[in-house]
Write a protein that binds this ligand. Sequence first.
Ligand code: ASP
Length: 357
Amino acid sequence: MNYRKIKINTASPDQAKSKVMIIYTGGTFGMAYDAHGVLIPFDFTLILHHLPTLRSLLLDLTVVSFDHPIDSSNMGPEHWKTIGQIIFDHYEQQDGFVVLHGTDTMSFTASALSFMLQGLAKPVVLTGAQLPISEPRSDARENLITSLEIASAKKDGRAVVPEVCLYFDDALLRGNRSKKVESMHFDAFESGNYPPLAKAGVAIDYNLQVIHKANPEKDFKLRNRFDTHISILKLFPGISEATVQAILQTPGLKALIIETFGAGNAPSAAWLIHALEAAIQKGIIILNVSQCPGGMVDQGRYETSHHLKEIGVLSGKDMTTEAAVPKLMILLGEHGIEKTKELLSVPLAGEITGSFI
Ligand code: ASP
């Protein structure tokens, strides 16, 4: 995928405090109206024109822009690979990264990057906006400025937030715990099962207790093999056998996320249990993730999840669907079914409760 790169030293002629790379992928953030009143992506290399206050941050910025910025509904593993590769290639030279991304699938990309960037010790902050930067009431300006501050924040020479995170409205969330929950208001993201890493008010108040501590001994590696033979089945009252069978018969299917009710519950109909059991016996992984934005899957707590546990459905615990999708793709891209099953319950990047490895 092609991209353009420009350097802007907002500190010049003074000494820059930090070096931060902005990776612009598209989304509402960078849109402006054309002559016909239609929203189109603006040339992001002109960011200083839209945001002159950037100059006050004293940063050495490198801006990388996708040649063809995209709506994030079109994002997929190929784009994740490009973003991951850009970060990997510039990792040594930069203090932090800000990824400007459409809000619709931002949590999937943040989750994917959290698994891809193994041994990360610098901030990677994803942000975007609900209103284009060209609009007077846009949230784009504040989201970008605060994300840049977070990406450049250091304490005793080390990054304050050495993880993949998502900043929006006034909250910094762990990327692989976040979820888009709102399409009209500015508070678009939530992290039901993990406290915010920081809140931005008059000052940025970091919650150091819950921020990952990077291990400086760990090598920084890029994982970028994805196997996309996965699917999602969202359960609903009245779901038919034909619907379930249609998904299970998907050619090449290796893993299925079932989005269940409450604490991981599903209808106890014999046809459903048999269909899932037959799939598991064929070697398909079935992962139980709750439709609730908060709480966790606890298979066996109710009779309606007991059967799932008995037939070998795996518990996604408190993992979001947004994290489960790239986690499955990466694990299947690197390992066989058995190893993938084993690693699914391990917190690889803080996506489920347990110690972050
Ligand atoms: N559809 C847009 C996107 O996700 C929405 C946004 O950026 O807020 O790219």
